[in-house]
Write a protein that binds this ligand. Structure first.
Ligand code: LLP
Length: 463
């Protein structure tokens, strides 16, 4: 088909206008290292490989759709964060981005700690042998059972999110005869430049205790009175997929000023501050995320400067990256089914997964890249929309992308940067079977989360 049939017409103009693309990429066969996992490349046949393994063979062995996770990349990113922050700080991987027992073992081996936000995540962490004192428990509405389990096993810290929770955690700790280390989560009043649903530090939302109006200071007062709680620090998380360091700077400044207030009022210097996660990754070639070393340097400088100006000792810093570690390490492999050109608009490419394995496009209008990976092609680029097989028109995986015009049923395409918040937010909508996660490392592939089966679905259906 001719180029103009695919990329001319009013909708192409809209795409240009919205600024998603200035033009089709010069060569659709190039796998931009900015968005693909570290070991992804093409072999002499033109097929993509990860960890040295051909995606066609991987599809054959593990089926599609499937997530393939580059273990070497994951470990390298853990190492880079650990190294950037050094021994004077702690890196807590945010398990909500993606958690499995293999991941917990990698984190343990690479010297990272773990942030969990539910009993389920805590259970996975403990069952894979993460020492409890390297785990932090989060959540804006922790159940009593979650609190009990966490205190019982001795998690390193519980991040308190409300006045009610202060009382609940103290009661549980008292009953179990323990003193629980806690931090207080504060909302610093920053409007993070990200999607509304993943911004968490402005005041009108459910997380934390506001600095403005004195809620956070009141929480400190209450916690300090309770024998069963050891207040070790203040926590702030401003949002997710953020590129601009300015929000972190404001957050750090405001958290340190609370530490100074606490010192003035109570004569206590709290030893820790946690600035949360939220660093953005590249989903398309236009995104340009910061490196862990630059982030660490910037955060350390801000905290040190602010502490000096308040004459405070510099507290131990911690951060909680989730997406920035696991996001870039995986891609989702799909088989192309229906290819439907809509003249003057775009070509709809249907794959064998969809919003059940990647809800982010539907939920946040997220942008993704996509490439034909089972072969190369010299065909003209066509403007495509990659859609799933679910029963709704919002079932979009990649909204605007260029794919070669000779794309056909049976081709394999892959969407990079799906390591974070894809498998962990996957659903069984339309009774879809959630795809497996396959770890690939140095010529070997192994399933770390297996594909669901119809038996799994039927086991839950006990009616
Ligand atoms: N710490 C806390 C307290 C958090 O709430 C989060 C994310 C993180 C750390 C890790 O943030 P990250 O480094 O991964 O940005 N489902 C959304 C993201 C929700 C993030 C929730 N909290 C998405 O798919 O974009």
């Amino acid at each position: 088909m001719s180029r103009s049939a695919h990329i001319a017409g009013p909708r192409y103009a809209d795409v240009l206008h919205e600024g998603h693309y200035t033009a089709p990429p010069a060569d659709l066969n190039v796998l931009d290292p900015r968005v693909w996992a570290r070991t992804v490349t093409r072999n002499a046949d033109g097929a993509a490989t990860v960890g040295g393994l051909d995606v066609r063979a991987l599809a054959e062995e593990f089926g599609t759709p499937a997530y393939f996770l580059d273990e070497a990349d994951f470990r390298a990113r853990c190492h880079a964060w650990r190294d950037a922050f050094g021994t004077g700080a702690d890196v807590f991987y945010a398990g909500k981005a993606f958690l499995s027992r293999a991941v917990v073992r990698w984190l343990y081996e690479e010297g990272l700690n773990l942030d969990v936000c539910s009993a389920g995540e805590l259970a996975v962490a403990l069952s894979a042998g993460m020492p409890a004192d390297r785990i932090a428990l989060h959540g804006n509405n922790k159940s009593l059972a979650e609190i009990e389990r966490a205190v019982e096993v001795g998690v390193g810290r519980i991040v308190l999110d409300s006045f009610q929770e202060i009382v609940r955690v103290a009661h549980v700790a008292e009953r179990l005869g323990k003193r629980q280390r806690v931090q207080i989560r504060v909302t610093v009043g920053v409007e993070a430049h990200t999607h509304e649903f993943i911004a968490t530090a402005h005041e009108d939302q459910k997380f934390g205790l506001a600095l403005a109006g004195g809620q956070a200071a009141e929480a400190v007062r209450r916690v300090l009175k309770l024998e069963a709680l050891e207040l070790v620090g203040i926590h702030s998380h401003i949002g997710s997929q953020i590129f601009d360091m300015a929000g972190f700077e404001v957050a750090a400044r405001r958290v340190v000023s609370l530490l100074a207030e606490v010192r003035d009022e109570h004569g206590v210097e709290l030893p820790e501050i946690d600035l949360g996660g939220g660093l953005g990754i590249a989903y398309t070639s236009e995104d340009d995320p910061a490196e862990p070393h630059d982030i660490a340097r910037a955060l350390r400088e801000i905290v040190t400067r602010e502490c000096e100006s308040s004459e405070l000792g510099v507290p131990r810093l911690s951060v909680e990256p989730g997406r920035a570690i696991v996001g870039p390490t995986a891609f989702t492999l799909y088989e192309v089914g229906t290819v439907k050109p809509l003249e003057g608009l775009r070509t709809y490419v249907s794959v064998d997964g969809g919003m059940s394995d990647n809800i982010r496009t539907a939920l946040y209008d997220a942008e993704y890249s996509v490439a034909l990976v089972s072969r190369t092609s010299t065909a003209e680029p066509m403007l495509a929309r990659v859609v799933g097989k679910h029963c709704e028109s919002g079932d979009i995986v990649v909204k605007d992308a260029f794919l070669p015009a000779d794309l056909a049923a049976g081709d394999l395409i892959a969407v990079p940067a799906t390591g974070a918040y894809c498998r962990s937010m996957a659903s069984n909508y339309n009774h879809a079977l959630r795809p497996p996660v396959v770890a690939v490392n140095d010529g070997e592939a192994r399933v770390i989360v297996r594909r669901e089966t119809e038996d799994d679905l039927l086991r839950l259906d006990v009616g």
